[in-house]
Ligand binder design. Sequence first.
Ligand SMILES: Cc1cc2nc3c(=O)[nH]c(=O)nc-3n(C[C@H](O)[C@H](O)[C@H](O)COP(=O)(O)O)c2cc1C
Length: 270
Amino acid sequence: MAGNGSVLGLVGSPNRDGRTYRMVTAALEGASRAGAHVEVVQMADHVVEACKDCLPWVCQTNRKCSHPDAAFDYLSSKLLHCGAVVLGTPIYWWDTTGMVKYLILKMFRVYARSAPLAGLPAVGIGIAGGTGNGLVSGLRPVYHFFQMLQMRALEPLPVTRFNWSAALVRAGELGATLANMAGSMHPFAGVEERLLWYDALPYLSLNRAGERRLLADLTTAALPEDADPAISRGLAQADALAARGQHLQALQEITRAYEAGVKVFEESQG
Ligand SMILES: Cc1cc2nc3c(=O)[nH]c(=O)nc-3n(C[C@H](O)[C@H](O)[C@H](O)COP(=O)(O)O)c2cc1C
């Protein structure tokens, strides 16, 4: 059903020109440079209503929500007719925004069984623009959406203030890859291949401590050259503690390195 070759960018933020918009736009610019038609949609203009979970479950068969919802009609039509999708969400409380979640839940209800998006190339971007917490956990619902709809998702892009510049570049590269895949579907041979594909994607399998370690890593990588080397050494000490099974002490060390890194990062930003 999908596949006009264009790359669709969904901005799942109430801020039209915020960080999510900038990151989704960077991906679309990469797609455009690679020759694709691109389109950006502000989800704030099309906020889907909550699925009413009505019974009998007719929408799975007739593929139409029984309740008038112009926003869902609009966004689902965009998804059904694009060649690839970039879905960007700000991270709110270590999760996606409500507008993203409402779209996902209604898409599940109407389309998960018939899977008209099977094989659609997709990228999810999560922007944890505050503390950076939730940079992975907020992406999981997006990748769960892609997986349940049987889409062919590329690696997720977790974004914080600390890896912002590198993430802009990576967004453009991922957009270019989507452009090269758009126009034809890339379905999985079966459920097993799909599950293994998603298991192999980076970041998503990190546990909570691993996610915090990633955040600390991004933070310390962003430090100016003259930053106290003890901050980075703290992460090495944390790894040594973890290797000895001292997980609580390791995580405490990671938190110390992260907090010291944020302080220096913010001072360096003026
Ligand atoms: C309700 C709310 C919850 C937030 N929770 C988090 C969070 O858990 N982690 C984080 O790093 N930033 C958090 N933030 C900050 C946003 O991720 C940040 O402002 C982001 O840049 C928003 O994207 P936007 O510029 O597209 O609006 C939160 C912001 C709001 C408004």
